[in-house]
Design a protein around this ligand. Structure first.
Ligand SMILES: *Cc1c(COP(=O)(O)O)cnc(C)c1O
Length: 411
């Protein structure tokens, strides 16, 4: 028998969403009369559809593949130039962020990239993660053997925590002790918090002063409504020497099923060997892509590029407006019940403090039983998520109105 990667056995329990599914199925089995009433505001998948500009571009791309004269084989490992150019121009240079086309790496989604990046980083780095946090960052560190055993009540030995609490408006402070790699996510999943230029600059200054790396997840950048807020860490140009950014088309582009995202690795970013030699991270990431993958499919890259066309952009703006109006309705609805609601203004999540000092799984069960609404318990995002729930705005308007109505009925 082959030996298994025992680091996988260090992972605690089920990944959050399977556990939620299990509890929902248990409820449906116990209450078949209410089984069809369930409304899901939990996992945070979009309700689609892809916008017409994207659908048309993908159809055309399929027709090309079916035409012997226009057929295309393997794409460039890091993505087609037309897409990387559109990304760099629109998402970065157009916003004053100095990023070149060949610093963009197109992928099949940023969840994968968030884990794969560990492959080009040594095993002995000290890693700091926000709490609460998108669980993927934590679990991929565990799977790669970069942690000690699980700690009772949540977390793993060997990982540093960056507390995100109401006191710091869910924006962690840079650590005062030695940290080599820090994860940040803004606009934040799960808290819906945002970071302003000053806050981001503090992090960039900290990273450059300490020769640390920031892994910046901006999957929700396009949901930022407030024009004064940064959408990319590279709007602080000094981040070119200390940050990698992950972006996704999944949420604003309804690409959760299409699968496409990208990672930005600036050529000024370096790591070092044990012997002290400076190594460009861009070179390692390029090598990873050319060796491990053959790129993203032609129809998907054509579809992603269509998001940047004038038509695609205005259609996508309407989708974002829809979700952000949902978010405001959820936030206002919770506030009207006297619940303390955070987020929902520049991110499609509302982060609600559990009333009556309930713990988050208890509140989850109560909302499921009394309102047949599925939310996400904050504890699933870390110890400091305890006492909160996350409500996702990714739903149809009539569903959101119904959720607000049913929550009102609970009190
Ligand atoms: C949804 C999400 C992603 C994007 O995942 P994809 O693989 O691109 O679908 C990345 N980070 C966070 C925090 C997310 O919520």
């Amino acid at each position: 028998m082959p030996l298994v990667n025992e680091h996988y056995l260090t992972l605690t329990g089920a990944y959050l969403f399977p556990e939620i599914d299990r509890r929902v199925r248990a409820f449906q089995a116990a209450r078949p009369d209410l089984a069809d009433r369930i409304i899901r505001c939990g996992i945070g998948d979009v309700v689609g559809p892809i916008v017409p500009a994207v659908a048309r571009a993908m159809h055309e791309a399929i027709d090309e593949l079916a035409d012997p004269a226009r057929f295309r084989g393997y794409p460039p490992a890091n993505g087609y130039e037309f897409l990387r150019h559109a990304i760099a121009e629109h998402d970065f240079r157009g916003r004053g962020a100095p990023i070149e086309d060949d610093e963009i790496f197109v992928s099949d989604g940023s969840k994968g990239d968030c884990g794969h990046v560990l492959e080009i980083l040594g095993p002995d780095n000290v890693v700091a993660l926000p709490d609460p946090v998108y669980p993927v960052y934590v679990d991929t560190n565990v799977m790669a053997g970069r942690t000690g055993p699980a700690i009772d009540g949540g977390g793993y030995e060997g990982l540093r925590t960056l507390p995100a609490t109401p006191e710091n408006e869910f924006v962690p402070d840079p650590p005062s002790d030695r940290v080599d790699i820090a994860y940040l996510c803004f606009p934040n999943n799960p808290t819906g918090a945002t970071i302003d230029h000053d806050g981001l600059r503090r992090w960039v200054d900290w990273a450059n002063a300490n020769e640390s790396l920031i892994l910046f997840d901006a999957a929700y950048a396009d949901f930022t409504r407030d024009p004064s807020l940064p959408r990319s860490i590279f709007e602080i140009p000094e981040a070119r020497t200390c940050a990698i950014e992950f972006r996704s088309f999944s949420k604003h582009g309804a690409f959760t099923g299409v699968r496409c995202g990208y990672t930005v690795v600036p050529k000024d970013l370096h790591g070092r060997t044990r012997g002290g030699e400076r190594i460009p991270m861009h070179r390692l990431w390029m090598r990873r892509w050319t060796t491990r993958a053959n790129g993203v499919s032609w129809p998907v890259q054509r579809g992603a590029a269509a998001l940047y066309s004038p038509e695609g952009r205005s259609q996508t703006e309407a989708v974002i407006d829809h979700y952000m109006t949902n978010a405001r309705m959820l936030r206002d609805g919770c506030a009207a019940l006297g619940w303390h609601a955070h987020g929902g203004e520049n991110a499609p999540f509302v982060w609600v403090a559990c009333p009556r000092c309930e713990d988050s799984w208890t509140f989850f069960e109560r909302i499921l039983h009394e309102a047949q609404v599925v939310i996400t318990p904050g504890l699933g995002f870390g110890r400091l998520g305890e006492g909160f729930i996350r409500i996702s705005a990714f739903n149809h308007r009539d569903r959101i109105l119904e959720v607000v109505e049913r929550l009102r009925g609970m009190c």
